[in-house]
Write a protein that binds this ligand. Structure first.
Ligand code: GLP
Length: 243
């Protein structure tokens, strides 16, 4: 538990930096990092940029896989997760574009796209660390309430609450929010050797409580991390209000 959003971001960024440095990635043995979008990781990404600029951390041998992407939103739309990742992180660091993997929500065959994404992950020997955020309903990636805890990468219809929450990025107009997304599954995230989740804000207090104090439950999909042997939640004081 850290005081506020900035302290959470600093802690998580520093933690991941040390994991990458200890791993000592090379061209043949890259560090495979799973990444989220949303407001939760923005502070972590700002720190990553700072580390890169200070010469503390290179991303040359880091391979990334993003959690999710909207279906049907043009890749260059300002709210696509592709745009988000490039504008908030990738364009500022030395990551190689070929090492960036983001699901294509405009692929002709979405099922094939999801299958290829999982295969690509496997070809790198799986994800070393999956960073995540959660929705106020406890979803991780776009694994909305009721998603199977064994789910893999697939297309998912967004819950009304998520459409409402994300409408803030679409002129507060729920009609502009895509109705579907491609998302890694809960099982995909849990396959990572480590899972690290950021949870901040009083609006996520019920989700944090459900996640760690109640049973593993597919209605609060992030609760699956109770079964993970190597999981970390970094939260702020506001998020602990219901613990
Ligand atoms: C979306 C994303 C999730 C993210 C969540 C929370 O639903 N698919 O990956 O964790 O939003 O977003 P925020 O961090 O902005 O609260």
């Amino acid at each position: 538990i850290r005081k506020d959003y900035d302290a959470v971001s600093d802690h998580m960024a520093n933690y991941i930096k040390n994991r990458i440095l200890e791993f000592n990635p090379t061209l043949d043995k890259p560090f495979v990092l799973g990444l989220p979008t949303g407001s939760s990781p923005v502070g972590v990404y700002k720190n990553f940029v700072k580390y890169y600029q200070n010469g503390e951390l290179s991303f040359k041998n880091v391979v990334t896989f993003n959690m999710d992407e909207y279906v049907g939103l043009p890749r260059d739309h300002p709210e696509s997760y592709h745009s988000f990742m490039w504008h908030n992180l990738f364009k500022f660091i030395d990551i190689l574009p070929k090492n960036v993997h983001i699901l294509d929500g405009n692929a002709e065959n979405l099922e094939e796209e999801c299958k290829n994404f999982e295969e690509k992950m496997k070809s790198y020997g799986g994800v070393e660390l999956f960073l995540g955020g959660i929705g106020p309903d406890g979803h991780i990636a776009f694994n909305e309430p009721g998603s199977s805890l064994a789910s893999r990468t697939r297309a998912k219809t967004l819950a009304y609450d998520t459409i409402l929450a994300n409408s803030r990025f679409f002129d507060n107009n729920i009609n502009k929010v895509p109705r579907m997304a491609l998302t890694v599954g809960v099982g995909t995230v849990m396959d990572a050797r480590e899972v690290a989740v950021i949870i901040t804000g009083a609006h996520k207090a019920p989700a944090l409580a459900k996640c760690i104090e109640e049973g593993v439950n597919h209605m609060w999909t992030v609760s699956a991390i109770q079964l993970h042997p190597n999981a970390l939640i970094v939260c702020d004081e506001d998020a602990t209000l219901e613990l």
